[in-house]
Design a protein around this ligand. Structure first.
Ligand code: 8X3
Length: 262
């Protein structure tokens, strides 16, 4: 908690899933001695989360703002509009991301291709470029990248999503290389199957039964499990960087292999 004291944490995709739980875990660990910038597309969800956080930790400072990272040219104005006390980002959590469909290459809707690349890659790159600039000036900061097992084990039907996460992984490695002579830490978290409220629902465009099948007969990871890891990584001492973390549910061994009781 001491290591987080007073820090300003910017989380994208903060209204739900891993981002939402990360906001809660940081608030709890810092006992409210923290600043959170929570960005997502849905304002009502952010407002509810902010109210919740303030109820539990009256001393916490929370700034919420609507941001759709896929609209890349809105990212600079979003950063510029941060109130002064939130303007310096100590920890950037690049969490916003999505998978759409499981279509074979040749049949992937081109709007889906664009949406996945704009969200997972172009938006993430733009935000990182802008934030790393200020981190370099101060020679401090943490950048947490939400990768995926999909970036290491590409699977049939994941032609685009896996490519976005491989791109994130490559970009992240370059960033760590380039920042080698700084105090900035680059942390990549690569979850396997995580049952968040919406990941699979979004992938299957609202088809509840398809979404539920992903986690059927397994005990998956939950958003809170990944939030706990992000918190752990960020709260290591300054001489330690959790550079990569491939993390599975106990009954998963690769993107292709999940034990479902048979
Ligand atoms: C999410 C994990 O296996 O659906 O990044 O690609 S998977």
């Amino acid at each position: 908690a001491q290591r987080l004291a007073g820090k300003n944490i910017l989380i994208t995709g903060a209204s739900t899933g891993i981002g939402y739980h990360t906001a809660k875990y940081f608030a709890e660990a810092a006992k409210g001695d923290l600043k959170l910038v929570l960005a997502a597309r849905r304002k009502e969800k952010l407002e509810a989360l902010k109210a919740d956080l303030l109820k539990d930790y009256p001393s916490i400072k929370v700034h919420i703002d609507v941001l759709d990272v896929s609209k890349v040219n809105t990212i600079a104005p979003f950063l510029k509009s941060l109130p002064e006390e939130f303007a310096i980002v100590d920890v950037l959590v690049n969490n916003a991301g999505k998978a759409l469909g499981l279509d074979a290459i040749g049949s992937v809707d081109s709007a889906d291709v664009e949406e996945m690349f704009e969200t997972n890659v172009l938006g993430m790159i733009q935000l990182t470029q802008l934030v790393v600039k200020q981190m370099k000036e101060r020679n401090s900061g943490d950048i947490v990248q939400l990768g995926s097992v999909a970036g290491r084990n590409p699977y049939p039907g994941g032609g685009i999503y896996c490519a976005t996460k491989a791109a994130l992984r490559s970009f992240t490695h370059v960033l760590r290389e380039e920042l080698i002579n700084t105090h900035i830490r680059v942390i990549e978290i690569e979850p396997g199957n995580v049952a968040t409220e919406e990941f699979s629902l979004v992938r299957f465009k609202g088809d509840q039964s398809k979404a539920e099948k992903v986690y059927e007969n397994t005990t998956p990871l939950y958003g809170s499990d990944i939030a706990e890891l992000i918190l752990f990584a960020v709260s290591r001492p300054a001489n330690t960087v959790i550079a990569e973390t491939l993390v599975f549910a106990t009954n998963q061994a690769s993107a292709y292999h999940i034990y479902r009781g048979s």
